[in-house]
Design a protein around this ligand. Sequence first.
Ligand SMILES: Nc1ncnc2c1ncn2[C@@H]1O[C@H](COP(=O)(O)OP(=O)(O)OP(=O)(O)O)[C@@H](O)[C@H]1O
Length: 269
Amino acid sequence: MLSVKDLHFRHKGSLREVLKGISFEAHKGAITAILGPNGSGKTTLFKCISGLWSYQKGQVTVEGVPVNELSFRERARFFAIVPQDHEPPFPYSVLDVVLMGRAGYVGIFSSPDKEDYERAEEAIGLVGIEHLKNTPYTKISGGERQLALIARALAQSSPVMLLDEPTSHLDFRNQINVLKKIRQIALEKDLTVVVTLHDPNLASLFSDKILVINSGSKVAEGSPEEIITEDLIRRIYGVEVKKAFVNGQSIICPVYHKYSFRYGKEALG
Ligand SMILES: Nc1ncnc2c1ncn2[C@@H]1O[C@H](COP(=O)(O)OP(=O)(O)OP(=O)(O)O)[C@@H](O)[C@H]1O
């Protein structure tokens, strides 16, 4: 279990707190989704949780172990991270990028062994990019890179996986397939998965718990059914929506009638 308690963070030389006392727990075998407007502090939260940035106050533990007491190598074994954007300095092949997920297992003076290659190939297969295995990472699309980074995280076999907007570059099919796969793997391998998403419907469909943050503070936490309400979406995003049920699951839809605009009526004739 990942536990975050009263996390406060501000950048060096800045008086503005970006995280203002965030607390939550994320459980094994479950997906916790973090929703929040642009600039609300989601990426900052991930960087603090994984120990990349040092927070001023609070505590992060995994299975009771304080993360800030771990070495860089130990942290790599605890956390697999899928960042929002990633630009490698060299044209590594996709397989090499995925193999980097095994760095925590490869000795400093050693090369990846048979098991490292097997894990990397397995992860590449799980996200369905076998055909790109030998292609330079610099020559694949943004969505394909996201799939490669998800494979890298899967190859890492860490107990906690942090995914920062993993679907932002993916087409509709891949959004669904990747989130389905992540959910299936979380259940099968008993992983603790925390994912930031911008789409409340995807968060509802694929998560067990939703944490909503706004301006660096937690504003709601609970099951998707109780958290995603018309009122919350209005308060957080300033958008009017209607909640409905499809296939026994709740979804929200913006209240917007495209033909009610004058331009639209004229276009209709
Ligand atoms: N290096 C930095 N120095 C100072 N402030 C920063 C820095 N990086 C980010 N911020 C500020 O911290 C706040 C939170 O940023 P963060 O990237 O965590 O938001 P986010 O919720 O991930 O946003 P998005 O949904 O747009 O990716 C923003 O107001 C941002 O401007």
